[in-house]
Design a protein around this ligand. Sequence first.
Ligand code: PMP
Length: 396
Amino acid sequence: MFEQIERVPGDAILGLIDAFKKDTNPNKVDLGVGVYRDASGNTPVLESVKIAEERLLSSETTKSYIGSHGDPAYGSAVLSLVLGETSPVLEANRASLTQSPGGTGALRLAADFIKANLPGKAIWLSAPTWPNHLGIFDAAGVERKSYPYVSADNTLDFDGMVETFETIPEGDIVLLHACCHNPSGFDLSKAQWQQVLEIISRRNLLPLIDFAYQGFGDGLDDDAYGVRLLAESLDEVIITSSCSKNFGIYRERTGALILIAKDQEQMENVRSQAAITARENYSNPPAHGGAIVSTILNDNALRVQWLGEVDEMRQRINSLRRNFVKAMAPYGLEERFRFIEQQRGMFSFTGLTPEQVDRLRDEFSIYMVRSGRANVAGLSHDVLDYVAKAIATVVK
Ligand code: PMP
């Protein structure tokens, strides 16, 4: 029966990881993979996470199931982190949280929830977006459409975006990146979020906000600006949150689906549907990552330590952005690459062509995806001059 099944090509990023591993050039630089790296090129376990894990190991008394919505302590801690401690949405009891296996699991829950409960509604994705968005909504059978986000000259296409929003049928879903847009690094300003709110509200659209990088842009609260604005101003919002990056617990698969409804009654209705969706996918979420997060967020000293570690990761990325632009100055390219320091998050659309990306790999052992998306966290201050010189060579 399997003989008719064809092999599909592997993920382009996995091919890149393989090629990087095999490259024997001692100066090689990996700007491909989407994980945070410290100055030594490692993706470390945060100190606060280590301490939380030690506590959990000695205090854990059972490995029994934690329920379809997950651990309530995790749920309330993450709701406060995402919506703000004093959120009127929490005060009104109109937000439901379902712990999920990562942000990806939360997106799949959202997709299945939409398919089952909002039949006939399409999801509108930014072009470009994180490629897995396409696969997740396709797999769930939700019709997928797109709105422009990046112009041909590699700038945020806000006009194109809102022009398309004006044409979206009532009740359709628009997926927005809360901050640190993957893959482009272009984020909305506060004024632009206000405009998005106005259109969504007037046209009666349903926002789904993907919040995978809270703390990696301008800070935990600043990054939540759009999320909180929409949650507090609209009756209905879907949020998918991830603890993979800001807690550095990628492999522990820790995320959340947050459903915000008009009132507590409707929230309980949609919450009951989210439980069914979770049960039919994997029954219960994994517990360990959520236990780490709630241990940290519910302990004052650990929380302060974690806040410091998030600040450090963010500041490293933003300082690499600034210093990369400075490193382009000797080649007269500082202004051309100025946008890199305005973008936010781990990723940058560099504006490099596929041919230029190929040359960087073949001549300088610098690896990034052919779309020109670079993981800024893959840089280090030691290699900035090398990378700047290589880029100057291929763009000349
Ligand atoms: N959304 C976006 C935009 C992402 O970039 C990612 C991670 N690459 C995710 C969601 C999912 O993250 P995870 O499943 O690892 O928590």
